[in-house]
Design a protein around this ligand. Structure first.
Ligand code: ADP
Ligand code: ZN
Ligand code: ZN
Length: 722
């Protein structure tokens, strides 16, 4: 009898053997097995003849979940991810599945009703006016005899069920049980492509059917999305599926709507973290069956099995949200490249400010490097530095910024004031004794939130009431130092009494749909001055916005992280890109005490390439990534000495295997204590990927031995934060 080698969600790097129980298992099957005294869902990775444990101890697989098994390529991606990031295979496999499929009680999804057009509907599409967009979209979705599922119909519009019912009564539509199917794909015409766009589409299009990694290096507003759309049309015409990955914050209903209006009827599965369990599962199954023609998703969507995958696009590829920061610490961008290589298909990494890693890959010829240097629909913004060394800003605003805001108000245009710090003031101190409010559980200051009259820790979420007097000396004169978005909002409201000021940060957008309402307010001309954090920096198109004021970017210049300059440039370039997107020229003002800093100089020239080249040269001579390869062993515990003991022992054990690999001394994490846990880390560096991997394979299995009880550790390969 065959033995099933099953991956389970257990924190040990191994699989578990079960008898197949006469179920006729295949690899990739999702099965329910007894584990200890519980039941668990597992993934059959392979079938074997000989068990790795005594036969007498083997138990039977209980049942197979009623879903198609994972295809071999999906298993290979899981295996690669587990090997490369050194994370237990079972945890990788199970975290790649939608939650609904991880439940042992999963009973399958009910076959949904489908709809098809009847012969009586002939000519209906021509008779339906173009402005009846819901009807047009539904008709397109049933073109060529395609069966439209009820769930997809509801995604097209909440009004769809009503329209379909009416058509059923007219005899134009009938219900059809069983599989849904896809219509022939057509793209609605967009603007004529610029020469650069057309060249990019042609160049990437020539690589279809083979592994062809491309860096699409195009300034904000250069029409990268338009290029993606043409490539998607190309893939759909080849009846291939497309995976379009976007950062979490960019996966908005607007992107979905923009896609649907260009590709009416095309089956789209949008996958983001806000989806309910059942919705995510259904979309995953649609992708798995091939019914979903396009998947738009965040980080986790890289694991979606797609049998006819023909193209992968990673938009804003530099975005840090592609790297998972706990559990399996994978980079979805890097996995996307692996995926494309495995499936022999093109992968397009798009950005206005590519990560230095991808930029290096493009420079060195590993990726094809394509440029979009012009903005077809707007001119480039004018970026100017405001030197605030001699005349310090009042309440954070320099005279130049105040004048520019004033001019916009008079012209009825919108402005954006960017400050990447939420709350009222980043710290609260006593004017008499120097006390300052700190989190009792973290090595961090508490942030004063004025409206809530609270002090909040931005690391652990701890919150306490704003004290009436200094807890140390009783003095009632407590002062907020520095400025957050709440304070800036207050300052602006006082300075411009007639203006409608709208604050957009994580605090004001926490409620569901809050951000959507705010967006409508902005686009619908219901706000004059936007105050916001990096939430506002990304991918949004605000047609009336003509001024961006960046009021306090200098803090980032002091960071010890070698990636700080890269991040700052990326972030500022992204915010700057919000100005003047439509037919109005944009202006960007940057208040700084370091007007000659290379980051700001490059920013004024809007010369990311020059800046990236300089960074690369610097990193090369300093021996930083991408010229070396890193991994960080992170450890934490309530006991600081246990963390030290663990990391020192790890360093000693590692020294015996080093062989060209450098182990640095353990150091405390940037924020040493979070929620009562002390955190420290050990950096490992190697001249090549292979050497690093060899070392980790030898070293990590030795760490469990003699580990102090309360220490938790994790390995982070290719870390983004040190
Ligand atoms: P990106 O993704 O590079 O920031 P988008 O694709 O969102 O840029 O395009 C920015 C704006 O330019 C959009 O309003 C888009 O409709 C418009 N646009 C894109 N390509 C063209 C073109 N070839 N001609 C005219 N307008 C275009
Ligand atoms: Zn005091
Ligand atoms: Zn805290």
């Amino acid at each position: 009898m065959a033995i099933a080698r099953v991956a389970l969600d257990v924190p040990v790097p191994m699989t578990f053997d079960y008898r197949d129980g006469g179920l006729g298992l295949v690899s990739g099957a999702l099965v329910v097995v007894p584990f200890g005294r519980r039941r668990q869902v597992g993934v059959v990775l392979e079938l074997a003849q000989q068990p790795l444990v005594e036969r007498a101890r083997l138990r039977d697989v209980e049942r197979v979940l009623p879903v198609e098994p994972l295809p071999a390529e999906a298993l290979a991606l899981i295996q690669f991810c587990s090997d490369y990031y050194h994370h237990p295979i079972g945890q990788v496999a199970l975290s790649a599945l939608p939650t609904a499929l991880r439940r042992s009680a999963f009973a399958g999804v009910r076959g949904e009703v489908g709809y098809v057009l009847t012969p009586a509907a002939a000519g209906l599409e021509q008779r339906t006016p173009a402005r009846a967009s819901v009807m047009q979209a539904l008709l397109a979705a049933m073109r060529g005899g395609a069966v439209l599922g009820a769930a997809e119909a509801r995604r097209i519009s909440p009004r769809a069920p009503g329209v379909l019912r009416e058509w059923q009564e007219q005899g134009w539509v009938e219900e059809r049980q069983g599989e849904v199917s896809s219509p022939p794909a057509t793209m609605q015409p967009g603007p004529p492509l610029t020469d650069e766009q057309r060249a990019a589409v042609e160049r990437i299009g020539a690589g279809f059917g083979s592994f062809a990694p491309v860096l699409l290096d195009g300034i904000t507003g250069s029409g990268k999305t338009e290029v993606y759309f043409h490539l998607i049309a190309h893939a759909l015409a080849r009846t291939e599926q497309v995976l379009l990955m976007v950062p979490e914050i960019n996966l908005t209903p607007q992107l979905e709507a923009r896609f649907r209006s260009r590709f009416p009827g095309v089956r789209l599965a949008a996958m983001h973290s806000g989806l309910a369990e059942a919705g995510r599962c259904q979309r995953w199954l649609e992708a798995r069956s091939g019914a979903a023609q396009v998947v738009i998703g965040t980080r986790l969507s890289v694991f979606t099995p797609m049998p006819r995958l023909g193209l992968v696009i990673v938009d804003e590829e530099h975005d840090a949200s592609y790297k998972q920061q706990d559990g399996v610490r994978y980079s979805a961008r890097d996995l996307a490249v692996f995926l494309a290589q495995q499936r022999r298909i093109p992968v397009v990494l798009g950005s206005a400010t590519p990560s230095i890693e991808s930029y290096h890959n493009a420079r060195s010829g590993r990726f094809v490097h394509l440029h979009l240097r012009s903005r077809p629909a707007a001119s480039r913004p004018d970026i100017r530095v405001v030197d605030v060394r001699d005349v310090p800003p009042q309440h954070g605003l320099s005279g130049a910024v105040v004048d520019a805001l004033d001019a916009r108000l008079r012209r009825g245009e919108q402005s954006l004031v960017f400050l990447n710090r939420r709350g009222y003031a980043p710290s609260l101190t006593c004017s008499a004794c120097g006390w300052s409010a700190e989190c009792s559980r973290c090595s961090a200051r508490l942030v004063w939130h004025l409206r809530e009259a609270a002090l909040r820790c931005h690391y652990c979420g701890h919150e306490e009431a704003m004290p009436a007097a200094c807890p140390a000396c009783g003095n009632q004169d407590l002062r907020g130092l520095g400025q957050g978005t709440q304070r800036l909002e207050q300052t602006l409201a006082a300075r411009f009494p007639g203006a409608r000021v709208l604050r957009i940060d994580r605090d004001t957008t926490r409620r569901k749909h809050a951000w959507r309402a705010m967006r409508e307010q902005i686009v619908g001309d219901g706000a004059d001055i936007l105050v916001g954090t990096q939430m506002l920096a990304k991918g949004h198109d605000f047609p009336k916005l003509t001024l961006v004021a960046i009021v306090n970017p200098d803090n980032a210049l002091y960071s010890a992280d070698f990636r700080a300059a890269e991040r700052l440039f990326q972030q500022l370039m992204q915010v700057a890109g919000r100005a003047g997107r439509a037919d109005r020229a944009g202006e960007v003002l940057l208040q700084t005490r370091f007007p000659a800093h290379p980051v700001y100089e490059a920013l004024q020239r809007q010369d990311y390439s020059g800046f990236a080249d300089a960074l690369l040269a610097e990193r090369k001579s300093a021996g930083f990534p991408p010229f070396v390869y890193q991994a960080v062993l992170r450890a934490e515990s309530v006991s600081p000495s246990s963390v030290t003991t663990f990391l020192e022992a790890a360093a000693r054990v590692g020294a015996g295997h080093a062989d060209g690999v450098t182990l640095y001394d353990p150091v405390p994490a940037a924020v040493e204590r979070v929620a009562g846990h002390f955190r420290a880390q050990l950096l490992v560096q190697a001249p090549g990927r292979a050497a690093l991997q060899r070392f980790l394979r030898a070293w990590l299995p030795l760490l469990a031995e003699g580990k102090p009880a309360r220490v938790r550790w994790a390995i982070d390969v290719d870390p983004l934060d040190l």
